[in-house]
Design a protein around this ligand. Structure first.
Ligand code: AR6
Length: 175
């Protein structure tokens, strides 16, 4: 049975008014292209200033900032792995990104979160395995944290939306 707190939407993540949107950043946290560039543009220069004060963020970890001019109250910046064939710990690191984001959400009492497909753009992670990890980690976090009211997967393409929708309508796997 799909969890009603979990949904996939075709949307620009910067438009979402939730407690936090997640940014697919790089270790410098100083901005870049893709969703990172879009979030920094929409949030304004104060976001970069706060990111600068945080220092670097290792791959698989996450940091939280305010959302500034975004409709979202906070941004959780996580650094996904660069895909290099699948034998370099990519799956473990990507799962670690989602877990780190959910841990910060819990620590800060956040109720609604939205994720882009971390690592699936410039970093080249194949969409379906990445989405499978994202959905599995979201289901675990929702089961463990009743204060979490909604988790949205913000999809930037129809292909991505179809992959998430198929995963969300399938029964949760026990692995
Ligand atoms: N809303 C939702 N999803 C988006 C948006 C948006 N506005 N823009 C892009 N996407 P990417 P990565 C999707 O490349 O692979 C940056 O330069 C996009 O279609 O943004 O983790 C950072 O600074 C894709 O599905 O992130 C890093 O250097 C997904 O977001 C590097 O890219 C992630 O694509 C991180 O690469």
């Amino acid at each position: 049975m799909s969890d009603p707190r979990l949904r996939a939407l075709k949307t620009d993540i910067t438009a979402l008014a939730c407690d936090a949107i997640v940014n697919a950043a790089n270790e410098s946290l100083l901005g870049g292209g893709g969703v990172d560039g879009a979030i920094h543009r929409a949030a304004g220069r104060e976001l970069l200033a706060e990111c600068r004060s945080l220092g670097a963020c290792p791959t698989g970890s996450a940091r939280i900032t305010r959302g500034y001019a975004l409709p979202a109250r906070h941004v959780i910046h996580t650094v996904g792995p660069v895909w290099s064939g699948g034998d370099a710990g990519e799956a473990r690191l990507l799962a670690s990104c989602y877990r780190a984001c959910f841990a910060l959400a819990r620590e800060h009492g956040l109720h609604s979160l939205a994720f882009p497909a971390v690592s699936c753009g410039v970093y080249g992670y194949p969409l379906r395995p990445a989405a499978t990890i994202a959905v599995k980690e979201a289901r675990s976090a929702l089961a463990a944290n009743q204060a979490l009211e909604s988790v949205t997967f913000a999809c930037f393409s129809d292909d991505m939306l179809a992959i998430y929708q198929a995963l969300l309508s399938a029964p949760a796997r026990g692995d």
